[in-house]
Design a protein around this ligand. Structure first.
Ligand SMILES: *[C@@H]1O[C@H](CO)[C@@H](O)[C@H](O)[C@H]1NC(C)=O
Length: 370
């Protein structure tokens, strides 16, 4: 009797587990192309723009490129590109870095003006072969020379597996750790079994404060410090969460919203109207092998992972929201969209994990539901 019960329970558990994995993989999902206006590939960028850091004051964006270097020693190198929205050529330029830190593979980024100087705050990893170590590099942008220069490095034990970053001061920022385990194999195990190994922190310039100490793959992050509201995305949990912060930003007062999306949101961006944007991965199983997001030497990909841009607008009290999907692509214009920013004047820039970026035109009508 007990034996049977155990067997049935085990069968039930296995069925649940398999069903849940199949459901989350989006095996039955299709993506059809649509655009908010004319879209074209950005020139000069071949190895991705995982993070797109928009600087409204200059109408430029910094693109973190080359995450492929984490996995491959002899492939492309990590680099930061500059995209100037005023440039009619639609070309991204690779920035040289004076005193470039060794093993620089940029990931999430934020920016801040210190004494009138534009600083980038950049998460950087060493490759898996070199131990997958993490730190924050601060770089200064020199507009005349069109280059970056090294300022300082920040290390902290809370930089466990950092992914997304949002700067709110010269050395103050929010960031996500998208997992706990460092090796690729244990990381995959963590994802498959939905282990909540990720976390969300606020670094105050001296030390880190855990805001969320256990979460499933927190990734993109955006802080609205005026309202003391923090947003983060979970690609594997397929949701965006909104939390209320304390006055000093060092602790959480409560959850304001949890938006299930049935798609995998990556990085977050908030526009001037308070709408939250995400570059998402609509079909999860296709990015199960991250290599599909990179260039496979000479071989055209028959079925690349598709891309999706979502615009999420909350009501004042966060009780309701409206979602629109201004852009989707079957993966041929841009695979693995990981970020999107808009300038509020009809320009949208979409970044990808490992290949190109896309610049689209839009009008208020093509991004709003109303
Ligand atoms: C962007 O391009 C415009 C027009 O060419 C130029 O005036 C501006 O200085 C450029 N910005 C940067 C940061 O290079």
């Amino acid at each position: 009797m007990i034996g049977k019960l155990i067997v049935y329970s085990l069968i039930g558990f296995v069925l649940y587990f398999v069903g849940d994995v199949l459901y989350r993989l989006d095996l039955n999902k299709r993506v059809y192309n649509h655009r908010p206006g004319f879209c074209q590939k950005v020139k000069g960028l071949d190895h991705g723009s995982e993070h797109v850091e928009y600087v409204e004051k200059e109408k430029i964006a910094f693109l973190s490129s080359g995450v492929q270097a984490l996995f491959e020693e002899n492939g492309p190198k990590g680099a930061i590109y500059l995209y100037n929205f005023s440039d009619t050529d639609h070309k991204a330029i690779k920035l040289t870095i004076e005193n470039e830190p060794t093993d620089f593979i940029p990931h999430g980024m934020g920016h801040y003006y210190l004494n009138g100087k534009l600083h980038l705050i950049v998460i950087s990893h060493t490759s898996f072969k070199k131990g997958f170590q993490h730190r924050i590099e601060i770089l200064e942008f020199n507009k005349e020379k069109q280059s970056l220069s090294y300022v300082k490095t920040i290390k902290d034990k809370s930089f466990i597996k950092p992914n997304g970053l949002h700067a709110v001061g010269p050395e103050q920022f929010f960031f996500t750790n998208d997992g706990y385990y460092q090796s690729e194999i244990l990381g995959a195990f963590e994802m498959l079994f939905k282990i909540k190994g990720g976390s969300v922190y606020y670094y105050d310039g001296k030390e880190s404060h855990a805001l969320i100490s256990s979460e499933q793959t927190p990734n993109g992050i955006w802080a609205d410090v005026k309202r003391k509201v923090l947003y983060y995305s979970s690609p594997l949990g397929e949701f965006i969460k909104v939390i209320k912060l304390s006055e000093d930003l060092k602790s959480v007062k409560g959850e304001l919203a949890h938006v299930p999306l049935l798609t995998s949101p990556d990085n977050l961006f908030m526009d001037d109207e308070g709408a939250l944007w995400t570059g998402a991965h609509p079909v999860l199983y296709k990015i199960g092998d991250i290599q599909a997001c990179f260039e496979v030497a000479g071989k055209p990909k028959p079925s690349p992972p598709p891309s999706q841009v979502l615009r999420l607008k909350f009501s004042e009290d966060f009780k309701t929201h409206e979602l629109t999907e201004p852009y989707t692509d079957d993966g041929r214009q841009i695979p693995c969209s990981s970020h999107v920013v808009i300038d509020g004047k009809g320009n949208m820039l979409i970044g990808s994990v490992g290949l190109n970026a896309v610049h689209c035109k839009y009008t208020p009508e093509t991004i709003n539901a109303h």
